[in-house]
Design a protein around this ligand. Sequence first.
Ligand code: NAD
Ligand code: UGA
Length: 462
Amino acid sequence: MKIQSICCLGAGYVGGPTMAMIAAKCPDIQVTVADLNEARIAAWNSDTLPVYEPGLDAIVASAVGKNLHFTTDIRSAIAAADLIFVSVGTPTKSYGIGAGRAADLRYIESAARLIAEVSEGHKIIVEKSTIPVKTATAIKSILAANSPHGATFQVLSNPEFLAEGTAVEDLECPDRILIGGETTPEGHAAVEALASVYAKWIPRDRILTTNLWSSELSKLVANAFLAQRISSINSISALCEATGADVDEVARAIGMDSRIGPKFLKASVGFGGSCFQKDILNLVYLCESFNLPHVSEYWRQVVHLNDWQKSRFVEKIVRTLYNTVNGKRIAILGFAFKKDTNDTRESPAIQVCRDLLHERAHLAIYDPRVSAENIREDLMIAGVPRELIESNVEVCSDAYAATENAHAIATLTEWDEFRALDLARIFELMLKPAFVFDGRGILSLDSLKAHGFDAFAIGKGF
Ligand code: NAD
Ligand code: UGA
């Protein structure tokens, strides 16, 4: 089966960039990204894309209007497609059975029902969203029971491994593409059809094929292992602070062991992003469901440690500022969950700012890519009362405005521009003693000290 027309349900951080890359690499395939959210689709069709990713504008511009289309006409997009990616959100369930752990699959189910209703002929349905193992069974059963036009389907799993901030690089040159399918001749044919789309720009030996359940599970396990490394090094950061060891030196020393490797060993205020916590909790719930309490408890600790890391950072600030931050101006540098993205989902900055606001600090927040509206909304959703946000939060247009008359600075995102700040100028602007709490290990402690700051960094102490 040769794929000529692709549709993707969900024009978010995954659906938009992934489909833009497929369209750019496969000019002979029509690619339509469909979403219920009108504002999001309008933004994809404008000059200001809804997702900030280095290099993405050029990729979109190269294909949009030619073989890449963004639309809210979901039914027509499904009807015209040979292959449909489902890339809708799978957030943590906040109600009922499994609340706080299980994945909420309502968007997946409604997408499957719509596909069944509209489809005719034969279509390949691809799970791009991150989902619990065995979701393909649920999708197949919904499709089989609700197809008025007698359509037939093959369901594949093709999880996405891109990281935000490097999405374009990751899509252009992925470590691997994973495709899971049924172990039947029809399943193999569907896997091959999807593999040949990726093979237009990705070497065949990086396209891995497995059964459905291995593919679904591998995505959760990959995120769990990555997050576990961060919690592991963050646990050691506390020990470094207590002993005088330097966490970056320890990370370098262990990372040079080729069995451990150097990546993902940067101690921080905690990991954020829409997926690590959600996917580990999803794995925890899956283990509970299969009556594996030891396994679920093991992985739950990765999230516990991450929560503790964020709260101990706030405690460090409060204790250092003479046990009160009430009325004190604290400059928050960075609000996104990592550099080079405008995404703030589960950003550690949200919890840190919320807890400082509960201590009645005045926050002067600056992030180069996150809007004031987004920051205020995140704090409100995190439970900070509107009046407290209005009275105690100022969103600034640069780092110098934020640090003026501040008692302390907390760096919460590793934006490159923070590494190049004029420390002498900032020291002059601040109240004394001028404290810096580097939650990302991006500023030189020696340089800060030389400029007169009292500086603390995760895993290095004062
Ligand atoms: P997102 O919230 O940015 O986008 C999801 C979009 O789906 C929304 O715009 C929503 O309006 C739309 N949607 C919901 N129901 C729909 C329907 N029936 N038809 C059409 N559109 C519908 O989410 P995201 O960050 O793109 O993540 C999507 C999935 O990919 C999740 O399962 C996530 O775990 C996974 N994932 C995300 C990343 C990442 O970096 N963000 C990376 C790998 C995997
Ligand atoms: C992560 C994975 O890296 C992707 O492979 C995966 O596809 C994606 O989740 C997903 O499923 O959503 P992402 O969350 O976009 O990607 O970004 P990461 O680079 O993994 O960073 C996640 C968080 O960990 C950030 O807050 C980052 O600052 C933090 N981090 C990362 C550290 O604190 N230390 C590190 O060494 C690395």
